[in-house]
Design a protein around this ligand. Sequence first.
Ligand code: M6P
Ligand code: ZN
Length: 202
Amino acid sequence: MKPVVEDKMVVEPFSVGWDPKDGVMDNPDNHIERYLKNLTNMWIDKNAVEQYLKEYGNTLVYEVYEKEIPHRDGEIQFCSSITHPGKIGKEYFMTKGHFHARRDTAEIYYCLLGKGYMLMEKEDGEFYLEEMYPGRTVYVPGHYAHRSINVGENALISLAVYAGDAGHDYGSIETSGFKHAVIEKDGKPRIIENPRFGKMLE
Ligand code: M6P
Ligand code: ZN
């Protein structure tokens, strides 16, 4: 099948290879790589970001492989999501996180490798933290911003499936952040209130 980018395009049946051992997809249409230098504002400890960059350089925090599917109602988007292990200060490597532009659309994450959490948070602050480990599936209902957090030693790898017209809304997450954060305390993951909530860009 040729890459499908136009909204009116008919999608022909297809299949795609996807290695459950490393999450790498064969012939993806998009391979998104998010490096620390482009994610500097999303961590609690700004000094720790600088320190990490000095010590380890610009590091790949997470990546996504996907096939291009028209962004319309009735289609299903899917991608492999790979969050690498690491910590910025006490805070674990994680994805930026987003609301769906069409707020009422849900998403499923089927975890294949690694150990982590899905943080799900509504605009009013109501939140859930669901464990991710191989064989575990997380259902993210509509209206919840969501972010994968890797608390393990290896990559956290999931297959994410969501509505064709869901879209990504990063707006308030980039400026205000999540109200909660997962950090390491006494060698264990622990949820805290984000002390920088509402002022991630300051
Ligand atoms: C999952 C899916 C994608 C998302 C990706 C990275 O694979 O939810 O839709 O893009 O994670 O997360 P983010 O977009 O928040 O950076
Ligand atoms: Zn999503």
